[in-house]
Design a protein around this ligand. Sequence first.
Ligand SMILES: [Zn+2]
Length: 95
Amino acid sequence: MTRAKSPLKSITLSSGRFRITRVDCAGCVQGRKLSCKVRGEINIVPTTNKKDELDTWVHEAMHGEFPRMTEPRIAKAATNLARLLWRVGYRKGRQ
Ligand SMILES: [Zn+2]
């Protein structure tokens, strides 16, 4: 259940246009769930673990790019891409 949303931006991916929001979901962080699925939206639960948050952004974007890809393949590829981005220095809030 979504408690609060703050719209950020929108993005067009291969399967359509998505509104991007940060949300506070009841039980999301405690249950290690860092996103909420709503059609046409990418909803991310902000977390203090920035590496996990990067993985989640990549994961949800990959669902938008490859809507028929299985969850295990998305999860593995997203984690690998997030690890690459993290290793080369991409961090939230840095310019
Ligand atoms: Zn997924």
